[in-house]
Ligand binder design. Structure first.
Ligand SMILES: [Zn+2]
Length: 318
């Protein structure tokens, strides 16, 4: 019997995905199969104009969707995670962070800054699910707490947009402590009489769903977003029962009183501006007419805006 077996390995079948193919997958609607070019996705606010499916939005693009042009000033962008546990799973934690930084262009899963929203100064805190599943570690917690400090010091309202898989396991108990820390930060906002509006994007789960994101004075969610401590699969495994079909979705949370509004993305900016104006007790919010974008992008944006308005027409403005 032979002691050694010689094996030749060569790749058969599909070649590795090319960037164009990756974009095709990313920009194809999982609900209706419609496909969009990247510039159409940006103009559509990453909402399918055919069926209304909400695609994920990266943090910087979300800021561009919500903040008035040129008003965003980032704070604490240089904070970086330490590796307190010297944690290694299949890769060391610092390697994972470096890969996430390279892939996302961010230094952690939350960016914070000041901006104006419909002409009103606010503190904005926006999560990015592409950075290690939007997990909350020491940097996310610290940035959120410091953002709340800025809101208190400058007497501004705070708006956060969450998208998270929960606490960052690579930071262990340090990550879990961020739940208490962010809850305390929201409490300070409340004591100082600063409004806090929490927006929940798909998915907002685990330690983020169970801390600051659930504590807005007004909690707004995007349609069909999963908002739950655990997802339906884990609930089924734990309880042995089948959860309802819409378990944990924004619409179910609205029915059960866990959130205040479900707002489609094309109406999110205006809705947030109205809520902030109401909570600030100032003059009623009057939307400004934005200057039209020139050229092809302008035409694409105007077309998308018309189609999206048709999809999400509402009779109950806030
Ligand atoms: Zn679609």
């Amino acid at each position: 019997m032979a002691k050694h077996i010689s094996v030749d390995i060569s790749h058969l079948g599909e070649p590795p995905a090319q960037p164009a193919a990756a974009e095709r997958g990313r920009n194809s609607c999982p609900d209706c199969g419609s496909h969009y070019r990247e510039e159409e996705m940006v103009a559509n606010l990453r909402v399918c104009t055919h069926c209304g499916h909400h695609f994920p939005v990266a943090a910087r693009e979300r800021v561009a969707q919500l903040a008035d042009p040129g008003s965003w000033v980032e704070i604490d962008g240089d904070l970086r995670s330490d590796d307190p546990l010297e944690f290694v799973d299949s890769r060391p934690y610092p390697e994972r962070i470096a890969a996430a930084e390279q892939a996302s262009g961010l230094t952690d899963a939350l960016i914070t800054g000041t901006a104006t929203l419909g002409g009103q100064p606010v503190v904005l805190a926006v999560m990015d699910f592409t950075f290690m599943g939007g997990s909350m570690g020491s940097v996310v917690g610290e940035r959120l707490a410091r953002a709340a400090d800025v809101a208190v010091d400058r007497r501004l309202p705070m708006v956060s947009v969450a998208a998270s898989g929960g606490a960052r396991m690579q930071e262990g108990v340090v990550a879990l402590m961020q739940m208490a820390k962010t809850v305390a930060a929201v409490d300070e906002l409340r004591e100082a009489g600063r409004p806090f509006v929490s927006v929940l994007a798909h998915p907002t789960t685990g330690g983020v769903a169970a801390s600051f994101a659930a504590l807005g004075d007004v909690i707004v969610a995007e349609p069909r977003a999963l908002l739950s401590f655990s997802g339906p699969r884990v609930v089924k495994q734990t309880t042995g029962e089948n959860p309802p079909e819409d378990f944990g979705l924004a619409e179910s949370n609205l029915r059960h009183g866990h959130i205040d509004l479900v707002v489609a993305r094309p109406e999110l900016r205006e809705t947030l501006a109205r809520i902030v104006a109401l909570l600030q007790g100032g003059r009623p919010y009057r939307p400004a007419q934005p200057a039209p974008l020139p050229g092809t992008l302008g035409r694409a944006a105007r077309g998308a805006s018309r189609r999206l308005r048709g999809l999400f027409r509402r009779d109950d403005p806030v």
